[in-house]
Ligand binder design. Structure first.
Ligand code: SF4
Length: 105
């Protein structure tokens, strides 16, 4: 399990910069930089929509396709703590895993 901080406040699962989901999916086949990754669990918070009612979960199961990341093991994130970034994102491509570290570095 990974401790997850998330600055994507435009997401319906975000509460106080934490994620209310207990699992997320990070994309990034062939990613070499953070900007090549994104959180596909992102759902835009539309006007009039009520925010997520759950309490934010700090420990999150992170499935991840960025297999070139140092923290990736069998498509799961093994980092103790990650940050997902993308403050004003309207779609998942505008988010990224800021903790990504390429095995090639
Ligand atoms: S740190 Fe690496 S393995 Fe973990 S979610 Fe981010 S990109 Fe995926």
């Amino acid at each position: 399990m990974t401790r997850l901080d998330c600055t994507v406040t435009g997401c319906m699962y975000n509460k106080e910069k934490c994620c209310c989901k207990d699992n997320i999916q990070v994309e990034g086949d062939h990613a070499k930089h953070s900007r090549d990754t994104c959180c596909s669990s992102f759902r835009e918070q539309k006007e009039g929509m009520s925010n997520c009612v759950n309490y934010p979960t700090k420990d999150t199961d992170v499935a991840c396709k960025a297999t070139d990341c140092t923290f990736n093991e069998n498509c799961h994130c093994q980092a103790k703590h990650i940050g997902i970034a993308g403050g004003n994102a309207c779609e998942c491509q505008e988010t990224e895993c800021a903790t990504f570290r390429c095995k090639c570095d």
